[in-house]
Write a protein that binds this ligand. Sequence first.
Ligand code: F6P
Length: 362
Amino acid sequence: MVKKVAIITNGGDCPGLNAVIRAIVKTAETHLVECYGYIEGYKGLLENNYIRLESNGTASGLLHRGGTVIGSSNSTNLFNYPIEENGQIVYKDMSYKAVENAKQAGFDCIFTLGGDGTQKSARDFSLRGLNVIGVPKTIDNDVAHSEITFGYNTAVSVATEALDRLHSTAESHHRIMTLEVMGRYAGWIALESAIAGGADVAIIPEIPYDINKIVEKINRRKEEGKKFSIIVVSEGAKPKNGEITIKKTLNEGKGVDNIRLGGIGEKLSRDLEELTGMVSRNTVLGYVQRGGTPTAFDRVLSTKYGSKAMELAIEEKFNVLVTLKNGKLGYVSLEEVIGNNKEIGARSRRNTKYKYKKSNNG
Ligand code: F6P
């Protein structure tokens, strides 16, 4: 019987994390289950650092708050963790220590709020004997088997507002405006904000772009009297026969994301200036799209995900990810989720299909 549970928020933060925490806590309380939160993601599990979460205390006033009140860590892989030994950094498997900590603390279930990388660790912890339940978090919307991840709707709304604002300045100055948005190797934020913001071109990682086609489109618009163009480009996009643009490569060990994407917007903007003779300016939306208050949609979605996660714990359905499919809450084994990031699929003649692609990121 589940009596004591803990929450971990891991990976890049995202709007709705606090709303999920609140929902788990409230649902736990209705079942007389004690709820705790590990501090700074998986790091807290290793350091045995956790706090009590109560709806009339630490978990109060969370619904509209951005970020995560229990903190997150983005590059912690306890299965290959950097330790200093004799002045040198060596990588060690610290997962056994983390499992021991959680067992000693008496947690019957740990909720892992995160994307693909977080859920991979969760699966590995389940193989070491912990009961885990994942909740699909990321602004990138790329977690497999979930129609929509929490945080995504907020990111699309922020990007759409940015596009509205870029429209008026582009029109006043007869410029090309490129907007670089996040999303890693999936183009969901770019595609949906481009549709909502009425952009002229959307460039997504799933379809390498042909610069000549973009130039043709801009020139056609000019001939029709539209002397400005708006282009949304996803950070993971690349030209045909070209490479993705990497801002920085880190060295934080195996099993964590060492690649910082970024720079494709600026590159595209310069290329378009040269090829069209028009003035082009680039905007990088950056962390604005994942900070701050969640939209009403994300508050509702996060609340549904959080309460479903706790209900699954009560039913003792462990080692699964909470999902939303055809509008219905459900769950799927973590095994089926990891390494299968959801990307935008090729358009067939009759319908648009989503494909699930193997990837180690997210
Ligand atoms: O996965 C969420 C995300 O915001 C991506 O869209 C982006 O590429 C990445 O995280 C940035 O990560 P970091 O916080 O490490 O800079």
